[in-house]
Design a protein. Structure first.
Length: 440
């Protein structure tokens, strides 16, 4: 590590609006990883970056420095195009559970390292762990073996991969520097590039239930990640998806696993399948397995219809220690003790005009299905099903959703949040378009 650099000099340079060199950024990433850059110094630089921003070149250099802070997985000896997808998170977003087996059934290799849920957004790893025995913490050799045998593997980040991000993420989380596009971009892209992928599809959410609240902020992040991928020599497509109401009709963990399996059986909600088909289609095109979106759609529909996508889900479960029988027997999943139908009052009449995704996410948290801190335990059994959608007609006693709860007091709080989340109009309301932009 160059002795000419001192942390305080780099902090001051960025504090004053300077552009950091590649060597300074590499020094920072290495120092965070080996501890020579103290936590309080790293925090100071993170705050300086938060206020002053980074150029596209700085962001690319930070991504590369974080990527090479640990092991970069090499999958070149595994035949086939390796393509992954990443979502910036949302309520009811269980797309990965459907997309990965669907893409694998169409011939792609899908090496997917996912995260856990925090706050109102659910995490893919937590949902998978609702399946009895399912192991998400696998070694790199295990990851490679399962990917080669089944065409997909869905695991958590290993300690050897991008250790700089693990440290920086924890510091950002407690210092108010999470909402910084260069830092978000470097965090996401370093982890994804470390998987050994050939190309990447991004689902950048915006709206009430998303991390990025405005479309403008989502576009900025999408462009930054596509540009960072290009700088690393990887083709990247970023789709912008609205997240003002939850995706699908279920939120939670077991509840979302069931809805995902239903999608693989050809019985999924239209909005969830629209997003899943769009993202998987881009993966097939980038992977050279489809010429265009029409060709991709034909292959995906066939993989659902002939059961091959569902079979890939079974294979993944078995390969990662999970019970594949859950596909045919949902009672093997964690099940709540209380089922409470939330209904409209006796004088209700009109149409659903809004289903606030953030409040629905908070309702799942109130039931015990979310985390306020990374160390919090979650209840895989609780959640929401049969959630009504914007534009649907309501009358007296219409079911707005069903709460799956293990505690009556928690259910009461969740119901209050659901009633706040759902609004009505006397005239029909057209839902906003789900997919609104594509950056490539």
């Amino acid at each position: 590590m160059p002795s000419a650099f001192f942390p305080q000099d780099i902090i001051i340079k960025k504090r004053d609006g300077g552009v950091l060199t590649r060597e300074e950024i590499t020094f920072f990433a290495r120092g965070v990883t080996d501890g020579s850059f103290a936590d309080y110094q790293a925090t100071a630089l993170l705050m300086a970056i938060f206020w002053r921003g980074m150029t596209a070149q700085e962001t690319a250099w930070l991504t590369d420095a974080m990527l090479h802070s640990g092991e970069v997985i090499d999958l070149k000896d595994i035949p086939g195009a390796k393509v992954d997808k990443h979502s910036t998170g949302g309520v009811g977003d269980k797309v990965s559970l459907i997309l990965a087996p669907l893409a694998a059934a169409c011939g792609l290799k899908v090496p997917m390292m996912s995260g856990r849920g925090l706050g109102h957004t659910g995490g893919t790893l937590d949902k998978l762990e609702a399946i009895p025995g399912f192991k998400v913490q696998l070694s790199v050799p295990e990851f490679r073996d399962i990917l080669q045998r089944t065409g997909l593997a869905m695991i958590g980040q290993t300690p050897q991969v991008v250790p700089a991000d693990r440290k920086l993420y924890s510091l950002r989380d407690v210092t108010g520097t999470v909402e910084c596009i260069p830092l978000i971009c470097a965090s996401i892209m370093s982890k994804k590039l470390a998987e050994g992928i050939d190309s990447l599809v991004l689902d950048v959410k915006f709206g009430k239930g998303a991390f990025m609240k405005t479309k403008e902020a989502a576009l900025e992040l999408a462009r930054a990640m596509v540009e960072t991928g290009r700088a690393a020599g990887k083709p990247v497509r970023a789709q912008l998806t609205a997240m003002n109401q939850p995706l699908g009709c279920a939120a939670g963990h077991s509840t979302e696993v069931i809805e995902s399996i239903e999608c693989l059986k050809g019985r999924g909600p239209a909005d969830l399948m629209e997003v899943t088909y769009a993202l998987t289609g881009h993966m097939l095109i980038l992977g050279g397995l489809a010429t265009d979106e029409t060709d991709a759609r034909r292959k995906m529909v066939a993989a659902i219809a002939d059961g091959s996508a569902l079979q890939k889900f079974r294979q993944m479960c078995a390969a990662q220690g999970g019970d594949p029988r859950v596909v045919d027997n949902y009672n093997l999943l964690p099940k709540a003790e209380l089922f409470i139908a939330v209904k409209t009052p006796a004088d209700a009449k009109g149409y659903v005009s809004a289903v606030d995704a953030l409040k629905c996410g908070h309702a799942v948290m109130a039931l015990g299905g979310g985390r306020a801190a990374v160390t919090d335990k979650i209840d895989h059994a609780v959640g929401i099903t049969e959630l009504i959608k914007v534009g649907e007609m309501v009358g007296p006693g219409t079911v707005l959703c069903t709460l799956h709860a293990n505690d009556a007091a928690q259910a009461t709080r969740a119901e209050a949040l659901i009633r706040e989340a759902i609004q009505f109009s006397p005239t029909p309301v057209k839902p906003e378009p789900l997919i609104q932009d594509l950056i490539s």
